[in-house]
Design a protein around this ligand. Structure first.
Ligand SMILES: [Zn+2]
Length: 298
């Protein structure tokens, strides 16, 4: 039985400081164990946190594909290994679930990010969507982006809160993390004791790919997010609607055929990944019995 330990990771990105503060505040004011579930807290990337940067050598939240990274070593690769050795399912303090707390500079509000279609993740996401009405971004099938932290645990989700600037404390953002950390164990406890049922349907926004800024031959950005698009995360966009505005005042339009909902619009940290926004498509998934049985057998 490992469901009695949940790993809460903050500071996976060193310049996302609000979840780190939220965890400190939570630990001062609450019991670490409640409803027979113990929280284990860890700062993902302490050196990057100290320096106020996203990472030192590599993005820690892309370092958990251990097969791909076999033999590689740097601060974050080593840190990823250490986190799994300390709190992974085969460690001395095994946690069944990992919750990774992040902030975004994009205007996405509070959302859940899940990676792939694991039944246990669906169960946890459904619990949180049911309680808080949070949108879910389902990230899958992107060969350019792999090795996310929560994938190294049997069950895990990212909680992503925005918008907030990097290295900027915002008490409202802190509070949103506190509410989720506070209520998560209660919801799991209710599910265990048959006091709640999962909703019949889960609404997810499935990752379709990402689009880069328009760029000059030398790589410099040659167009910013269009004023009609900026801050419009989760809002549908159709063919022919504006995406970017270049230096000459020309509009660059969305040219795809399908209706999509962009997310992470203008996320600062993704400029280096050549991502101006990611495209998602809404999908309704019917809840399955196995979600709960697999989750509760963790
Ligand atoms: Zn982050």
């Amino acid at each position: 039985m490992t469901l009695n330990k949940i790993l809460i990771v903050s500071g996976t990105h060193g310049n996302e400081i609000n979840p780190v503060w939220a965890v400190k505040q939570f630990c001062k004011q609450n019991n670490i164990t409640k409803n027979n579930i113990e929280y284990k807290f860890i700062i993902g990337n302490p050196l990057a946190c100290k320096k106020g940067v996203r990472y030192i050598n590599s993005d820690l939240n892309r370092c958990f594909d251990f097969k791909k990274n076999l033999g590689k070593t740097n601060y974050e690769f080593d840190r990823a290994k250490l986190l799994v050795e300390k709190f992974g399912i085969r460690s001395s303090e095994p946690c069944a679930i990992a919750i990774d707390l992040h902030t975004t500079t994009a205007n996405m509000g509070t959302s859940i990010v899940m990676y792939g279609r694991r039944n246990k993740d669906f169960c946890l996401a459904a619990l949180l969507q049911n309680k808080f009405g949070l949108p879910i971004y389902l990230h899958e099938n992107d060969n350019n982006q792999k090795g996310f932290l929560v994938e190294a645990w049997p069950c895990g989700l990212v909680i992503e809160v925005g918008s907030v600037a990097q290295n900027f404390y915002d008490p409202n953002i802190v509070n949103r993390f506190l509410v989720i950390i506070n209520d998560l164990r209660d919801e799991i406890n209710k599910l265990k004791n048959n006091l709640i049922k999962l909703p019949k349907e889960l609404i997810v926004h499935v990752h379709q790919g990402s689009v880069d800024y328009p760029r000059e031959k030398n790589g410099c950005i040659n167009g910013i997010i269009h004023p009609e698009r900026i801050n419009q995360d989760w809002v549908h966009i159709k063919k022919g609607e504006p995406l970017f505005l270049d230096k000459n005042g020309n509009t660059i339009f969305y040219n795809g055929d399908s209706n999509i909902c962009p997310v992470f619009i203008g996320e600062v940290a993704y400029q280096e990944k050549n991502i101006a926004m990611s495209y998602t498509k809404k999908e309704v998934i019917f809840s399955a019995e196995e979600w709960v049985t697999e989750f509760l057998s963790l």
